[in-house]
Structures are given as C-alpha cells and as structure tokens.
Ligand binder design. Structure first.
Ligand code: G6P
Length: 481
C-alpha cells in the first residue's frame, strides 16, 4: 500500500495566537475541501492509500506548534509535517517572489511585478527546505502531490533526490501566455519550467493553460512534445486538464441546515422588497473590485427604476495585507463604496452594503441562497470557486453574472458572461439578471448544477491521482521495453 503526501504552501489549518492563548483555525479553501472529501467518501482508489501526510509551511513558532499539535483542536486526519522557514526568508518567498512576482505576472498584471534577485533566492531556498522535509518522511512507493505556484521548483529538486518517486504537480492559478511568461529573466523562467517538469504529471484548470505551458516549454527549453506529452531529459511528462470542482453535496446540504436557514430567513425579511446582488472575494487586485463597483454605479445611473429596489452586498475577505498593491486597493474600494452610497442613498435605502471580514460557512451559504444574482467579475482567475458554490446553493432562483476571464467561464456557459472592464456591459448584465424570467433562471441553473454535481471535487482528486498512477505505470513500461 502506498502513502499520499500532499504538499502545499499552506497547511489545512492556521495557528493564531492572542492574549487568550493559541488557537487552531481550520481552513476551508478549495484544496482542503478537495482532499478531505476524497478521503471521507472512500472508493476503491482512495482506500489504496494507507496513510496521508500533509507538508506545508508553518505560520507559527515551533513552540506554538508543539503546544497544539497533539491537542483536540487540530482536527485533522493527516499526519502533519510542517516546514519552518526562517521568518525573513519566508517574507521574501511568500510576500516577495510568490505574491509580488509570480502572482501578478501569471494574472496578467506585468506592471505590478517586482523583479528582485533576493526574492527569487528565498523562493529557491524555501522550495529546497520543503524538499528536505519531504525526503525525511518519504518511503519508496509513496505518491507526492505538489500544489501551486509557490512550489514550482520543488518537483525537480525532489526528482534529483528521489529519482523513482511518483510526483504530481497542479497549478491552481492561470499559466499565462508565452508573451507574458517570457517577461521573467531567463534564469528564472528556465528554472520554473525545469522545476515543474520534475513531476510525472502536470495539471491545469483549462485547456488554454495547458497549451500556454507547452508553448513556453517549447520556446524556452526547446523541448519536443507529442500532443500533451513533453519529452524532457529522457523522461516523458504528461500535461493534462483537470478543472477543479466543489463539494457540491455540502452546499446542497446547507439548504436545510438550521443555522443557515435562520440567517437566510432574517435576510429575506430585512430585504423583502429588494432584489439582492451578492459577491464575496479575497481583497485582491485580480478580482476586479473597482470595475465591479463602477459597473454597479453605471447600473444605478442607467436603470433608475431599480433604485430603492435593489441592494448589493459586497463582502471582501482580508488577504496578503503586507503587500502594498493589496492595501492600496482597500482604500480605493472603500472610497468608491462611500461615493456610491453618498450619490444614490435615500433616507430609507442604501444601495451598497460593504463588509471587510471573514464569513462563517453558514453566513456564506445563507447569502448564496437569498441572492437573486451573484456578481463575480475578476479581471483574471485560474478557476473561481465562488461562482460554482453560488450555483450549487441556488434553490429555485438565481442568476450568475460571471467574468469571461475566469477559468470557470468555460464550464458555466449558462451564466450571464461579461467582460469585467466593460462597465456598461456589467450594468446591462445586472439588468438582464434581475429581469430574467424565473423559468429561464431555473433552466440555466439546473444545467449548471447537473454538471457541478457530476464533476465535483471528489472526481477532480480521483481523476488526478488516477491519471498520475497510469502515467507512472506507462513510464515504467517504457523503461522495461
Ligand atoms: C489562491 C492560490 C492558493 C492560495 C489562496 C489564498 O487560491 O491559488 O495557493 O493559498 O489563493 O492565498 P494565501 O496567500 O492566503 O495562501
């Protein structure tokens, strides 16, 4: 029996410390729910893994980790192997190369990219530290699954240390076109591709990202390819499309959850004479929040008949607040929120409700259920799970207004698709959503729901791991013949 080693920058929980003590907060991100649901619904394949280990960086001091690691709050089925990077090095790796170089570049914001040698060196060193932690726990036969842009050098470092290991890599953000990727200094772009190609299988959310990756490998590393197989240093690396899904059933179950129903009922009572538009995003310039607000302002100007009959609940979740590109956005958004409220509010009505905070799962589901429309308009997004969660939560009404520049747009074609920078199109999209006939709403929803139910997060995990196993077996056969 083999063991599964999941590797991501973040562990499935965070440790928080305040005057009252040390707390563990469970994470609910897409990857965590994918892996959890895979093991909660055992099938023939998931029971193949005798043990599961999660390797990730620890955002707390080693002594704080030691204080909680055997306690009741940890609530994880995984054996956890934390990596403890030096604080300063971690800053340059996380806030630096990961989130001030790769993140803006891969989301097509080249003017926000910081090209700093120190950042790259810290990134390389932290990837190396991850490899050392993995090497300590690795046993022959284990499957290692590395996640995301923070760890693109890791597959090759592991390949050199453990030549026969089964290694998968999945990129959760877009892989940009060659014209964007080539902006990186030569040494870095070669290192990132070489690093990723240490894996046996490299997965992406969309067909375009697969093609962009292959194109960059061909132009920069001069590799040969046969369709989606890449021949590199006498190994065949498979690239493949795996659009991540959500835990569909969890959102359907929330429809009857008592606490969620309570919150939903009170929201419906409060806004009984208004249509509700809802959005929730991390505070990130890629989410197109300024344009979204401009679109809503344009909607209120163009369609005055909707004034006093609609409310936009905009929830923003704090994120990466040490990076100036993020903090600058916050004040800009807050200014726009007050401008819109100042311009259109009456004594009895406020057009926009803005929250800058985390939402509980119950609050989130209640908002999804009562929203007549979800306005999800990132300027770029690898996938966007909020769009999928909203569709899964709708009962018998609801229209998704979705940016055509998200990975999810290629699967959710029944949404009202808009270009996020076209404020007039966004305004018209809102009007279309709010006036859509209930029969059409239900028909669009049920088509999308059927797809989300069948390609859920469980299927995503099992497809990736199944494909990785097959790829490895094919490689072994090639070696023998
Ligand atoms: C995106 C990335 C993830 C990341 C998440 C939250 O979804 O693909 O790798 O974990 O954002 O960002 P954070 O910087 O808080 O980990």
């Amino acid at each position: 029996m083999s063991r599964l080693i999941i590797v991501s920058n973040r562990l499935p929980f965070t440790i928080e410390k305040n005057e009252e003590g040390i707390f563990v907060r469970q994470s609910s991100g897409g990857l965590v729910s994918a892996i959890k649901s895979y093991f909660e619904r055992p099938d023939k394949q998931s029971t193949d893994y005798s043990d599961k280990i999660w390797v990730g960086s620890m955002d707390a001091a080693e002594e704080d980790w030691n204080a909680v690691k055997d306690g009741p709050d940890l609530l994880t089925d995984f054996r956890v192997e934390p990596v403890f990077p030096d604080r300063e090095q971690y800053e340059d790796y996380y806030n630096g190369f990961s989130n001030s170089t790769l993140w803006p570049l891969f989301h097509y914001f080249p003017t926000l990219v910081d090209y700093k040698k120190d950042y790259f060196e810290a990134y390389r060193d932290v990837n190396q530290q991850f490899a050392e932690t993995i090497a300590k726990v690795y046993q022959p036969g284990d499957t290692i699954w590395v996640h995301d842009y923070q760890l693109m050098l890791l597959p090759q470092i592991l390949r050199e240390a453990l030549p026969n290991a089964t290694i998968g890599f999945f990129l959760h953000i877009p892989f940009p076109s060659y014209e964007i990727f080539r902006l990186l200094p030569s040494r870095w772009k070669r290192a990132l591709l070489h690093g990723t190609l240490g894996a046996d299988l490299v997965g992406f959310h969309t067909h375009d990202y697969v093609q962009h990756f292959i194109q960059s490998c061909k132009m920069i590393l001069k590799v040969e390819n046969q369709f989606t197989d890449i021949l590199y240093k006498e190994r065949v690396i498979k690239t493949e499309l795996f659009p991540i899904g959500i835990d569909y059933q969890k959102f359907r179950d929330a429809i009857t959850d008592e606490e969620t129903v309570g919150i939903a009922t009170s929201l419906e009572e409060k806004f009984y004479n208004q249509k509700i538009i809802f959005s929730v995003d991390r505070l990130d310039y890629t989410k197109g929040l300024d344009y979204r607000l401009d679109g809503y302002e344009e909607f209120l100007s163009r369609y005055p008949e909707w004034r006093e009959r609609v409310v936009f609940i905009l929830n923003i979740v704090p994120s990466r607040s040490m990076i100036s590109a993020y903090m600058k956005r916050k004040s800009r958004i807050e200014e726009k929120v007050s401008t819109i409220n100042g311009k259109f509010s009456s004594l009895h009505w406020q057009p926009l409700i803005y929250r800058y905070n985390h939402l509980s799962f119950e609050e989130l589901c209640a908002l999804y259920q009562v929203a007549d429309a979800a306005l999800i308009t990132p300027l770029r997004d690898g996938m966007n799970l909020v769009a999928k969660e909203y569709v899964a939560s709708c009962i018998d009404k609801g229209v998704l207004i979705l940016s055509e520049l998200t990975g999810a747009a290629s699967e959710l074609s029944e949404a009202v698709l808009v270009n996020p920078t076209d404020v007039e199109e966004v305004a018209d999209g809102i009007a279309t959503a709010l006036t859509m006939h209930p029969i059409e709403q239900r028909s669009r929803l049920s088509n999308m729901q059927r797809r989300l139910a069948s390609y859920d997060v469980f299927k995503w995990t099992s497809d990736f791991l199944g494909c990785l196993k097959e790829t490895k077996a094919e490689q072994e056969n090639l070696k023998i013949s």
